[in-house]
Ligand binder design. Structure first.
Ligand code: 13P
Ligand code: SF4
Length: 321
């Protein structure tokens, strides 16, 4: 495939086959490209592995590559570094953050935690290394229910930072959790009213939704799951049409894995593209190429923080086999 670039002669040749150049750099650096489903389609197509947060963490923990190029957001690349201190971890755009991770500042969370002595802290992986270090166990959207179910019934739990996922886990487990009031700007943008209207337009479509959505939206879903779970469900379902209530980047893989089926992105409240994650979309194929060529931006972490964040990550991996 031949890619024409917008002029940027100081850093890139005017015309370059980026796919070929990235493949060459992969061999030269012994690099692996890990990409989340919310990345632009061209990035997904050049990746060695595409997955949800749990799958990406497992890949990061198991890879033999010397360099991990993380096409995702900062907390994901940071997680790869926590699991793999000897490897170089590159993130195409260091500004690719996460509104959910940002909604839980370490100082405020430490004060919150101090109000609930004796509570076990389970944190969703969408948080900074500092929050991970203050947690007992990490979870992702694909194992949160399973992890909470493994905790003795009389053990009180703080769940952070996503209150929507927390509420979903409470419903599924019947447990009472103390919730940190954080949320994702993308998943909170879906409109219940517009979703119901869309369902009327496509009465045969199944609504499939990510648990980061608000409960008013989730109650209309036929199936709720992590990005990988949504993909697997859509592939296996006999239905031909799906209303997808998560970041629409995942539709690229859905269309590849289930050709012929129709995937309709759920509408945001406003007439904007705000169902697309602005952080995830900061990464581009050009930036990915430049990160590999220049071997930066690189994720680094103080060793004491890395080790403190590693223990709850290892507990998660052990509890989700
Ligand atoms: P997944 O665990 O489904 O990949 O979700 C990650 C995420 O950032 C959702 O907004
Ligand atoms: Fe964070 Fe939401 Fe973007 Fe996921 S979709 S990376 S939770 S801002």
């Amino acid at each position: 495939m031949f890619t024409t670039l917008s002029p940027s002669p100081a850093v890139l040749p005017g015309r370059l086959d980026l796919f070929e150049a990235i493949e060459d750099l992969k061999k030269e650096l012994n690099a692996v490209i890990l990409a989340h489903y919310y990345q632009n389609p061209d990035i997904q197509d050049v990746a060695d592995y595409i997955g949800d947060s749990l799958g990406l963490s497992r890949q990061a923990a198991e890879t033999n590559a010397d360099v991990i190029v993380f096409a995702g957001v900062h907390f994901m690349a940071e997680t790869a570094k926590i699991l793999n201190p000897t490897k170089q971890v590159l993130l195409p755009d260091l500004e690719a953050g996460c509104s959910l991770a940002d909604s839980c500042p370490p100082d405020a969370f430490a004060a919150f935690k101090a109000q609930y002595p004796g509570h076990l802290v389970i944190s969703y992986i969408n948080c900074t290394a500092q929050i991970k270090a203050m947690s007992d166990i990490i979870c992702t959207s694909s194992n949160a229910v399973k992890i909470v179910q493994q905790i003795p019934a009389d053990q009180p739990i703080i769940f952070a930072p996503d209150q929507n996922l927390g509420r979903y886990v409470m419903e599924q487990t019947g447990r009472d959790l103390v919730l940190w009031p954080g949320s994702c700007m993308v998943h909170e943008t879906f409109s219940e009213k517009k979703l119901v209207q869309l369902q009327m337009e496509y009465p045969d479509a199944e609504i499939i939704a990510h648990p980061e959505c608000e409960s008013a939206v989730l109650r209309h879903a036929h199936y709720i799951g992590s990005t990988t779970a949504l993909l697997n469900y859509a592939q296996a379902s006999p239905k031909q049409q799906f209303i997808v209530v998560t970041e629409p980047g995942i539709i690229h893989q859905m269309e590849k894995d289930a050709p012929g089926k129709r995937f309709i992105p759920a509408p945001p409240m406003a007439s904007c593209a705000c169902n697309e994650c602005p952080h995830m979309r900061l990464n581009t194929l050009e930036k990915l190429y430049l990160a590999m060529k220049n071997r930066q931006p690189e994720i680094t972490l103080p060793e004491d923080l890395r080790q403190a964040a590693l223990t709850p990550m290892q507990r998660m991996l052990a509890m989700s086999v």
